[in-house]
Design a protein around this ligand. Structure first.
Ligand SMILES: [Zn+2]
Length: 364
């Protein structure tokens, strides 16, 4: 095996039949599901990545990954979606004006339809991260998908909240990046850009403020995503190989999604980006408005060092509990940040068992 882990590899999942299932959205994008199957089982699990990530976050070869953990725990039919936020596709680095409403209306319903074509009416449980979690919950609470047996949301769900510095960045960053600096997307690989290009200059400027490690992509990702050094994870939770290849796992990000997140942060809850846009009339303006009618139990997980979405899931649990008392659960992950609950080298011991325990209890 080469010392460098190849990108987009399936080698992290052993002893499973792996198949890729392309599907299309109503607005014309090609997306895909990857199936990891050992045997048919009554409880199918679908894992949903966050923005800038991809299905790769669940199948990393350098540690015991979530898909392998689920297969070994008896969930022998696991599916990973790559939706429009995936870095396996070019969509977010192209000129676009997608928002989380697009993901909620077009992507998750199409993914579920393709999944159902193969698994029929077996129970489907979802584990989702970051803006994959927000947009999937928007689908579920907006009535675009139903029949989900349980959902695990990491870091954030229907009440995005961010630290004060991130709030400024979300407010002013997209316009500054697009109209002043000329960046339609931000790329963790700017550190490798040719000398004196704008990307190179931004990378060098940021690295001057980030002395916590020598990985320039790590500094850029902290700038892109949160408030901290580093912002996305605790360094000590990552395998060194993961830290070194972090730009393989987290791709470039178009700045427009930040505008929708900013709108939600200001509103204190998931709201539609543009209430006048007729394409989205099927979705509610306020995604928590009908929360009492949703019967799917949700486990809200958050690291106690979450420097991206702060206490979002603690607040979300409170809101959901008010709407449907006793249905939902909250669990804290001591010593963890935003993304290391999946990317961390010890996540299989500290985090995955909490997810498995919840799903097993909801599988009855
Ligand atoms: Zn670092």
């Amino acid at each position: 095996m080469s010392s460098r882990i190849p990108r987009f590899t399936h080698e992290g999942v052993k002893d499973a039949e792996i198949s890729v299932h392309p599907f299309a959205t109503e607005d014309g994008l090609g997306l895909s599901l990857t199936r990891f199957r050992r045997a048919d089982c009554d409880d199918v699990v679908l894992v949903v990545h966050g923005l800038t990530l991809a299905s790769d976050m669940f199948i990393m070869p350098e540690h015991r990954n979530l898909v392998t953990h689920l297969l070994d725990e008896g969930f022998t039919d696991v599916w990973a979606v790559d939706f429009r936020m995936s870095n396996r596709f070019p969509y977010d680095m192209e000129t676009h004006r997608f928002t989380l409403d697009d993901c909620a209306l077009y992507d998750h319903p199409a993914a579920l339809a393709e999944l159902r074509r193969h698994v029929g009416d077996r129970r489907v449980h979802v584990i989702a991260h970051c803006l994959g979690s927000v947009s999937f919950m928007m689908s579920l609470y907006g009535g675009a998908v139903d029949g989900i047996a349980s959902v695990v949301c990491n870091s954030v769900a229907l009440t995005p909240r961010v630290p004060l510095w991130s709030r400024y960045k979300l407010g002013y960053g997209p316009a500054l990046a697009e109209y002043v600096l000329g960046f339609s997307f931000l790329d963790p690989r700017f550190g490798e850009a040719p000398v004196l290009t704008r990307g190179w200059m931004l990378s060098r400027l940021l690295s001057a403020f980030h002395r916590e490690c020598d990985v320039r992509a790590c500094h850029l990702l902290s700038f892109m995503w949160g408030s901290g050094r580093p912002a996305l994870y605790e360094h000590r939770n990552l395998d060194d190989a993961t830290h070194r290849r972090i730009a393989d796992l987290c791709g470039g990000v178009g700045v427009h999604y930040y505008r929708h997140v900013h709108k939600m942060v200001e509103a204190g809850r998931a709201v539609k980006y543009d209430g006048r846009d007729r394409r989205f009339t099927a979705l509610p303006d306020d995604y928590l408005a009908a929360a009492a009618d949703v019967g799917t139990p949700v486990l809200l997980l958050t690291g106690d060092r979450n420097k991206v979405f702060a206490d979002s899931n603690i607040v979300c649990h409170k809101r959901l509990e008010e709407a449907a008392p006793g249905l939902h659960e909250l669990d804290m992950l001591p010593g963890y940040g935003h993304m290391d609950p999946f990317l961390g080298k010890n996540a299989h011991a500290d985090v995955f068992p909490k997810m498995v325990d919840f799903i097993k209890r909801k599988a009855a």
